[in-house]
Ligand binder design. Structure first.
Ligand SMILES: NC(=O)c1ccc[n+]([C@@H]2O[C@H](COP(=O)([O-])OP(=O)(O)OC[C@H]3O[C@@H](n4cnc5c(N)ncnc54)[C@H](O)[C@@H]3O)[C@@H](O)[C@H]2O)c1
Length: 250
């Protein structure tokens, strides 16, 4: 018998879903029937995604907010629960880079990246934890990176934030498991988005050499992994890191 993944009547919050990987995840979850709350730095950044989701026939709404602000995230998650009637899935996807060698890296560059990538995920997780524990169901997916596993020259701040995110994922999984809430991480390799577009051709060529499948990933490759973690197929999977990188890290 053929079977399908059904997320009808589930509400998913996707941070940084205005473009790139977050947008692809929002569309993928909507394709399975989920209603989607899009969080972005500015409301105008949410418009394109919300329009696409609405055209797919699900309920979708954009919210302006900065994931690094705990009070803002707590108020937003309550608002989303009230607007949608439930809050079942959280995708901690918002992230930034400020690359430079460690000896040149300023305190501000370190703080900015850790604040968004790591504290942002903590803030959103804390803001949804009570809601999910109470309803005895939840799916949390954190967007890490392979550099959080293997490190990367020029990314002391970013790799530390992603390594920290993997540890946060495992702790969240342990603390919330008894209430039916799972937490998993995805570690993408090189995915074609605006974040990686800015890298030099030289760096891109070097990266491509490391990819066993000899092509860069698409945002949809990551969205497929997110859909798996949010589906019933993964109900016995928690605290895991799924590397989606075409075979860079083995
Ligand atoms: N592209 C890759 O190759 C790659 C590889 C590994 C991991 N990742 C991770 O995947 C995630 C998405 O990356 P992407 O390539 O789609 O990047 P992107 O820059 O295209 O999208 C990131 C989105 O996050 C939003 N955002 C940034 N700071 C925010 C904040 N404080 N609050 C709310 N929203 C905020 C941005 O406005 C943007 O729309 C990031 O966490 C990134 O670190 C990407």
């Amino acid at each position: 018998m053929a079977y399908s993944i059904d997320l009808t009547n589930r509400t998913a919050v996707v941070t940084g879903a205005g473009r790139g990987i977050g947008q692809a995840i929002a569309k993928k979850l909507a394709g399975a029937g989920a209603n989607i709350a899009v969080i972005e730095l500015k409301e105008e950044f949410t418009l394109e995604t919300v329009q696409a989701l609405t055209e797919m026939g699900v309920k979708a709404k954009g919210y302006a907010g900065d994931v690094s602000n705990l009070a803002e995230m707590q108020a937003l998650m309550e608002q989303i629960q009230s607007d949608f009637g439930s809050l079942d899935i959280l995708i901690n996807n918002a992230g930034i880079t400020k690359d430079t060698l460690l000896i040149r890296m300023g305190e501000d560059e370190w703080d900015a990246v850790l604040r968004v990538n790591l504290k942002g995920a903590f803030n959103c997780t804390k803001a949804v934890a009570r809601i999910m524990m109470k309803q005895r169901f939840g799916r949390i997916v954190n967007m890490a990176s392979i550099v959080g596993i293997i490190g990367n020259a020029g990314q002391a701040n970013y790799s530390a934030s992603k390594g920290g995110l993997i540890a946060l994922t495992k702790t969240t999984a342990k603390e919330l498991a008894s209430r039916g809430v799972t937490a998993n991480a995805i570690a993408p390799g090189f995915i074609k988005t605006k974040m990686t577009e800015v890298l030099s051709d030289e760096i891109k060529a070097k990266m491509l050499e490391m990819v066993a499948l000899k092509q860069f990933g698409e945002p949809e490759d990551i969205a497929n992994a997110a859909l798996f973690f949010c589906s019933d197929l993964a109900s016995y999977v928690t605290g895991q890191v799924l590397v989606v990188d075409g075979g860079m890290v083995m």
